[in-house]
Design a protein around this ligand. Structure first.
Ligand code: SF4
Length: 370
């Protein structure tokens, strides 16, 4: 049953990325990035729609050329999610996508070049009412900072970020967010901690190039978990060498585990052992696959035996405790019905969907009554 997060979030200045608020008291948004060829409009639109289906709030699209900028304009017309254009090296691409309806411009100050170019990007952003993300990355620090520090350090990342924050300040442009990503957890965490104490803008968190699905998930969860637990972070991206859909799923699981956001089912499941009275792992795999479409938050406990089953079931919206000859299902913490192994998954799915429908009806009623 829903728990409030004990985390006290850092108060940041709120910005708007399309329809999504970032910072302030807005929910921490979950982002991913397309990995299709941007010029392949159909494939990119298809992937953005897949990301939307699993709950993405914002999607970033790489725009490496003017041809890609024109394709971006087409993509913008075909999807509803807020889109961030990722621009490196050529500031003119930023100017073009600003005119084509982009919702945020991500620029890397380390490679966008001279101040007059940054100024041109800022003017375009101001003119179109869109924010900027200053995206500092340990792998592409400015040369003079690389020379000064010898190697990327948290302070070097922050120096790079502050240089551009100061410049935007000078131009009286405040609608931006900042990221200081590194692939090393301690370097990224150190940089974000330093930066959080020095600016008021929202922070976009990420451990860059974190790795493949399993290792990248662990690395991101450790790094982002440390920061989020301290209240730092307004929007996140889990960078995985995997299907971007997984990045969104992991992002929500991370926020759910810290009670910072709730979306879909929060499963509480035991690892199973020889005491189990039904196949816990098979049941969980089946339930997760069948209930992927659920967005309403719900706690569901799936526990193999009475050792921990009744305790967990009492705390969940719906609970299943393995037993012999029958398993016991709980609703709202109270025993509801017995079920045998053959009907377990079907019965649980139906109960979960009924509970969700009841929750939605209650919410609709509350809204209707004002
Ligand atoms: S709850 Fe029961 S089945 Fe599950 S791991 Fe513990 S003892 Fe084993």
């Amino acid at each position: 049953m829903h728990q409030e997060s004990p985390i006290k979030r850092r108060i940041s200045r709120q910005i708007r990325v399309g329809s999504v608020l970032v910072g302030g008291d807005a929910p921490i948004s979950v982002q991913s990035m397309t990995n299709t060829e941007t010029c392949d409009v159909a494939a990119t639109v298809g992937q953005i729609n897949q990301l939307q289906a699993v709950g993405a709030d914002i999607v970033r699209v790489s725009v490496p050329s003017m041809e890609a900028a024109e394709a971006f304009g087409e993509i913008r017309k075909l999807v509803t999610l807020p889109l961030v254009a990722d621009i490196h090296f050529d500031y003119k691409i930023a100017l073009r996508v600003a005119d084509l309806g982009v919702d945020c411009l991500r620029i890397n100050p380390g490679n966008i070049g001279r101040e007059d170019r940054v100024r041109a990007v800022v003017d375009a952003a101001r003119h179109n009412g869109i924010p900027i993300r200053i995206g500092v990355n340990a792998g592409s620090l400015e040369k003079d900072l690389q020379k000064k520090y010898g190697e990327p350090t948290p302070q070097a990342l922050v120096d790079s970020a502050l240089r551009h924050v100061d410049y935007l300040d000078k131009l009286d442009f405040q609608d931006f967010k900042v990221s200081v990503k590194a692939s090393d957890v301690f370097m990224a965490v150190g940089a974000y901690r330093l930066l959080a104490a020095q600016i008021e803008q929202p922070l976009h968190l990420g451990i860059t190039e974190a790795g493949a699905l399993r290792s990248g998930t662990v690395k991101s969860a450790v790094g982002l978990g440390m920061l989020l637990a301290e209240g730092i972070g307004d929007t996140i991206r889990i960078s995985l060498a995997a299907d971007p859909v997984e990045e969104i799923k992991v992002g929500f699981d991370l926020l759910k585990s810290l009670h910072l956001r709730s979306r879909g089912i929060n499963f509480i499941a035991c690892p199973s052992c020889s005491r189990q009275n039904f196949d816990v792992i098979k049941t969980m795999n089946e339930l997760e696959a069948r209930l992927e479409d659920v967005v309403v938050p719900l706690d569901v406990a799936v526990i193999g035996c009475v050792v921990n089953g009744p305790g967990e079931a009492k705390e969940a919206d719906i609970g299943l405790t393995g037993g012999s000859p029958n398993n016991l299902l709980y609703v709202g913490g109270v025993p509801d019905q017995k079920v045998d192994n053959a009907h377990l998954v079907d019965t649980l799915e139906k109960m979960i969907r009924d509970k969700i429908a009841a929750k939605q009806a209650l919410e609709a009623n509350t809204i209707a009554r004002g």
